[in-house]
Design a protein around this ligand. Structure first.
Ligand code: BTN
Length: 179
């Protein structure tokens, strides 16, 4: 791995940590808050692609695993990954790889909307879907109720996707962050 990659990965981990300082918004009927931190995951997926995007999320999770309160909720340790937010977090880990795969399948002839929809599917729909599946298992809820409850995250996650797509579109041409 090149020095440039190490610098970019460190920058995105710092971005994730910084976004975690924005207080979470509790959702009364679910033990999972609305956060801004997943904007960092969306940006890592859109700008860094599969490999480096996944490394960013994995290293960030390593900090959580060793007990650092870097998540917006300030929870840490292994329990976070099988607690109520677990499915969403596994989704964060998968999102850059799924986005990268879709990006490669789409090839070079795709523009703003295709990228935006791909990012939305991998970074919002997949993440919130996995989160709902996990909640339904963990909280013994019917899957449809968990899916309906998780719809609360879709408007915010859609806005974050639009923002990440716009930023990626601008930054990609200006900075040598993409492979
Ligand atoms: C934590 O801080 O413990 C993790 C919270 C995970 C929140 C998930 S991320 C996807 C979905 N969108 C949100 O705004 N919140 C949930």
């Amino acid at each position: 791995m090149k020095h440039k990659d190490i610098a970019i990965i460190s920058l995105f981990i710092a971005l994730l940590i910084a976004l975690g300082f924005i207080p979470p918004l509790p959702v009364g009927f679910l033990p999972v808050p609305i956060v801004l931190q997943n904007l960092g995951v969306l940006l890592a997926a859109a700008l860094l692609g599969s490999k480096r995007g996944t490394i960013v999320v994995a290293l960030f999770f390593l900090l959580v695993l060793v007990g650092l309160p870097v998540l917006s909720s300030r929870s840490a340790g292994i329990a976070v990954f099988y607690g109520p937010s677990g499915g969403f977090l596994w989704g964060w880990l998968l999102a850059p790889a799924i986005y990268g795969l879709g990006d490669r399948l789409l090839g070079t002839h795709h523009g703003f909307w295709q990228r935006g929809i791909l990012l939305w599917l991998s970074g919002a729909v997949l993440v919130d879907g996995l989160g709902a599946l996990w909640l339904s298992i963990g909280l013994h809820m019917p899957l449809t109720s968990a899916l309906m409850a998780s719809l609360i995250f879709i408007p915010g996650d859609t806005l974050k996707t639009v923002l990440a797509t716009l930023v990626a579109e601008r930054v990609q041409h200006a900075l040598p962050v993409h492979d």
